[in-house]
Design a protein. Structure first.
Length: 157
């Protein structure tokens, strides 16, 4: 009798340890719109972390809420000297479970400069948690290039 009770308790304990897993729906990002703007959405109280690279002195990323369905993203790149080109890609990412999914991106290239600043307003954004990812590729006049990626803090809509 004791063995039967122990067996039943063991079965109940094993069955009660089940884990429920729910698959997330894939969100349709095709409705998002991105428009370049001259506005500066940077928070002047934030301090960036300067990496130790040959040309890239710093990359700063920002995100802010414009309205209930719009966010502003911004990427700033500062180089230690004038370079041949700076290719900056600003990406709006949405949190999906425990990972970040690229929603929309915009790439621009500037030439013969020591820095660049790009800001965009993204429309038709659904509720959720978002951040800005900025990736930069800097190429000097001799063909040497280096890359760096920066991330903003996250916001919730």
């Amino acid at each position: 009798m004791k063995r039967l009770i122990a067996l039943l308790l063991g079965i109940v304990l094993m069955l009660s340890q089940g884990i429920c897993v729910f698959a997330e729906e894939n969100e349709d990002f095709s409705k998002l719109e991105i428009v370049e703007t001259n506005q500066n959405f940077a928070n002047p109280d934030q301090n960036g972390i300067a990496p130790n690279l040959l040309y890239i002195a710093d990359i700063l990323t920002y995100i802010s809420k414009v309205s209930s369905n719009q966010v502003a993203i911004q990427g700033d790149v500062v180089c230690s000297t004038k370079v041949k080109s700076i290719k900056l890609t600003c990406i709006l990412q949405k949190r999906s479970g425990n990972r970040w999914v690229d929603a929309i991106s915009k790439t621009t290239t500037t030439y013969n400069t020591d820095g660049t600043h790009k800001s965009y307003i993204v429309s038709n954004v659904s509720s959720g948690t978002y951040r800005c990812k900025a990736s930069v590729l800097v190429t000097d006049f001799n063909g040497y290039s280096e890359t760096l990626t920066g991330y903003s803090s996250s916001i919730s809509l």
